[in-house]
Design a protein around this ligand. Structure first.
Ligand SMILES: *Cc1c(COP(=O)(O)O)cnc(C)c1O
Length: 392
């Protein structure tokens, strides 16, 4: 086991070792968490719409637990599928205006399973360089040729599509909102390229579902491009506040996935209580538009406050706001000073982000009040100065 210790020493020496920390929700204080004996403002959660602690969602899950059992007992294809699964899938398809939908255990398993079920030898997959790790792993597992294009660079993608025009099938895959940068994919341009080159398009709406679109359908729908997306994927673990994921598209696509997706076929179906929670969350996501509106207002307030403090925050309107620091040590120092100030913002380091772009990644939730965000921005400015990442 010596080699492990050596590698761990190296990681530790480069401020790259990772740890797990227990964080409990702070009861009665939405938007905060408890770490050790301290209550911290939580600027690192993906619970954008505040649904994780929503009473209706929690109650739906409690009732399902009492009515049903703890586990589902088997995979979907054996005996793990209930009427509630089908009801949820119909509701998802209606919400996405697609023919059909299929629920997965989580986003990671959806991406790994779906990509490897769809693409294979002889195919080429064009993937944005900043796509989520689960997409990268799905591509690797598919055995298709993996071609990475420069982040949000349609010209580069066009050249690569041209170069690989003889591939059996061409797949384009992108995050709709990039998880560590918070910027959005250029979906209009990607749809143009897809048509021009006869490619298929898969979009991962993990960070945009619930947030964009009149009923929270996601970015493709907000831009009126949902009919052009061949494989639409989203998760229930972020804005939905629960757990799980789904894919929507044509009924042929879903029929194919039921027959070919190993992460679906060889894994136990989600527990009934999770399905019940997701069903309730889906209703709230569609009906409670005020959550999206409030989040959008908070994003503007917080982004402007950080920009005014001297940080470069980019131009996106997503709830993910990175402050790029550069080296790993400064990012850790920045994060640790903020924690002393009562604010939790995780330092994100390679390999999650490219070398030399270590950052603090702030993410907002409707649970935060505007006054809390303004106060936090001021503390972030101070911490930035102490950490030496913000010059006067
Ligand atoms: C979080 C995330 C996933 C994985 O979803 P989980 O449900 O957490 O497994 C997939 N894709 C993207 C872009 C994500 O941000």
């Amino acid at each position: 086991m010596n080699w492990m210790e050596k590698e761990l020493e190296r990681l530790s020496g480069q401020s790259l070792e990772r740890f797990v920390h227990a964080s409990e929700p702070a009861r009665g204080f939405p938007g905060y968490l408890i770490r050790g004996d301290r209550r911290l403002l939580n600027l690192s959660s993906n619970d954008y719409l505040g649904l994780s602690g929503n009473r209706e969602v929690v109650e739906a899950m409690r009732l399902a637990l009492e009515r049903e059992e703890a586990g589902s007992g088997a995979s979907r294809l054996v005996t793990g599928s209930r009427q509630a699964n089908e009801r949820l899938e119909q509701a998802l398809a209606a919400w996405q205006q697609s023919e059909a939908a299929l629920v997965f255990a989580n986003g990671y398993m959806a991406n790994v399973g779906v990509i490897s079920a769809l693409a294979g030898r002889g195919d080429v997959i064009f993937s944005d360089r900043l796509n989520h790790a689960s997409i990268v792993d799905g591509i690797r597992l598919s055995r298709a040729e993996h071609v990475r294009y420069r982040h949000n660079d349609p010209e580069h993608l066009n050249d690569l599509l041209q170069k690989h025009r003889h591939a059996r099938r061409k797949w384009m895959i992108t995050d709709s909102v990039f998880s560590m940068d918070g910027d959005k994919a250029l979906l209009h341009e990607l749809v143009e390229l897809k048509k021009e080159h006869g490619a298929l398009l898969m979009v991962d709406e993990a960070h945009s579902g619930g947030i964009y679109g009149h009923r929270g359908e996601g970015l493709a729908n907000q831009l009126g491009l949902h009919k052009e997306v061949d494989v639409h994927m989203g998760t229930f673990s972020k804005a939905f506040g629960v757990y799980g994921a789904y894919v929507s598209g044509s009924s042929t696509l879903i029929r194919w996935l039921i027959n070919k997706t190993r992460s679906l076929i060889y894994s136990t179906a989600l527990p009934p209580a999770v399905i019940a929670g997701v069903e309730k969350a889906l209703t709230i996501v569609q009906e409670e538009k005020w959550r999206r509106d409030k989040l959008a207002a908070s994003i503007q307030v917080f982004r402007s406050a950080l920009a005014e403090a001297g940080f470069t925050v980019g131009r996106s309107d997503s709830p993910i706001i990175p402050v790029i620091v550069g080296d790993n040590e400064s990012a850790l120092r920045f994060s640790s000073i903020l924690e002393d100030f009562g604010i939790l913002a995780a330092a994100i380091r390679p390999p999650t982000v490219p070398e030399g772009t270590a950052r603090l990644r702030f993410s907002l939730s409707v649970a935060h009040a505007e006054s809390e965000l303004l106060h936090a921005a001021d503390r972030i400015r101070q911490a930035g100065m102490y950490a030496g990442v913000l010059k006067e």
